[in-house]
Design a protein around this ligand. Structure first.
Ligand code: MN
Length: 327
């Protein structure tokens, strides 16, 4: 992985030489990792004297992102964030896709009609419908976050990251690792240390990660109904009439892992009117990838998911129980 990483970094820097104008594209429902990666990379590209924009089309962003954007503006950090309609994109523009790799997850997929020069940088498990025909793509599933990848690239480049940008980046890292409890490696801690050295303030991170209390209560309500199977599997099911984001399901599965005796956790919920999602997590002794694959999903040993079409929450749970029963 180290060699693959190094190769990509070199190639990436090489490609940058060919472009004057660069647009950074975080995913929709932008979170602090996508934002942290974007602003970090922005600072670096700006030092290279590029014309850089971050494309954010969403008006309503989540609380933490809203706070970060507000403060970035207040501090006059000169980060040029624009809607796509206000950026001139043509065939000489480089698009850097951050923290996702599917077109329809981008802030504004129309951008791909305007330029075909695309680089993808992501840490999510490679799925179907990946953006095709890229100049380069770097999907580092071992990285905790896209922010970690970006910091790794720019920390070798002798640039100064403004304090608050470091803070936003550290918030992204903290969010994606659920407070350094999942997907955290030696590298993650090194990056956190590096960001702290460049001025990230953990109290500010805590402020950025403050949650909406009513959402938290909603989440606790779902956790309240958790059922424990065979002493080690925690299964919980969302409300019938509620649509959840995959992120919410993942967060709930993540938090179930912190309880005594739980080795694997599953959160089942509607992610669409006719799609049910299951998010599965494990501490490593149970292979949730194998379990999710039996339901036509996939992922990793400790981190997997699946989607089920035209079924009910009860049926989805039954199918899952059947598989667990045979383990
Ligand atoms: Mn991420």
């Amino acid at each position: 992985m180290k060699i693959r990483r190094q190769k990509f970094y070199e190639k990436f820097i090489d490609i940058l030489n060919d472009y004057e104008k660069i647009v950074l594209v975080p995913h929709n429902e932008i979170d602090l990792d996508a934002l942290g990666a974007s602003v970090g990379l922005y600072v670096f590209l700006e030092k290279l004297s590029k014309e850089v924009y971050i494309n954010i089309d969403e008006v309503n962003t989540e609380l933490g992102v809203k706070r970060a954007l507000h403060k970035i503006k207040k501090l006059n950090l000169n980060i040029d964030i624009k809607k796509l309609c206000n950026i001139e994109v043509d065939n000489n523009t480089l698009i850097i896709v951050l923290d996702h790799h599917k077109k329809e997850m981008s802030q504004n997929p129309d951008i791909y009609k305007m330029s075909k020069n695309i680089i993808v940088i992501d840490h999510h498990i490679e799925g179907r419908d990946m953006i095709g025909n890229t100049l380069e793509k770097h999907i580092d599933e071992e990285a905790s976050s896209t922010t970690e990848i970006i910091f790794d690239i720019i920390s070798n480049q002798d640039i100064e990251i403004p304090n608050y940008i470091s803070t936003v980046m550290l918030a992204g890292l903290t969010l994606d690792t659920n407070n350094f409890s999942i997907k955290t490696t030696e590298k993650t801690h090194e990056v956190a240390a590096g960001l702290t050295r460049s001025g990230a303030v953990s109290k500010e991170v805590q402020y950025l990660l403050k949650e909406d209390l009513s959402k938290y209560i909603e989440m606790q309500k779902i956790i309240f109904n958790t059922e424990i199977i065979d002493g080690v599997y925690a299964i919980t099911v969302g409300k019938k009439n509620e649509i959840y984001s995959k992120d919410q399901l993942a967060k709930i599965a993540d938090s179930l892992l912190q309880f005594d005796d739980i080795e694997a956790s599953f959160c089942i919920g509607k992610i669409n009117s006719n799609i049910i999602g299951i998010s599965a997590r494990s501490l490593g002794n149970v292979n949730v990838q194998k379990i999710m694959e039996k339901l036509n999903g996939g992922g990793h040993l400790t981190d997997a998911a699946c989607q089920m079409f035209n079924t009910s929450l009860t049926e989805a749970k039954k199918s899952l129980l059947k598989i667990i029963d045979k383990l």
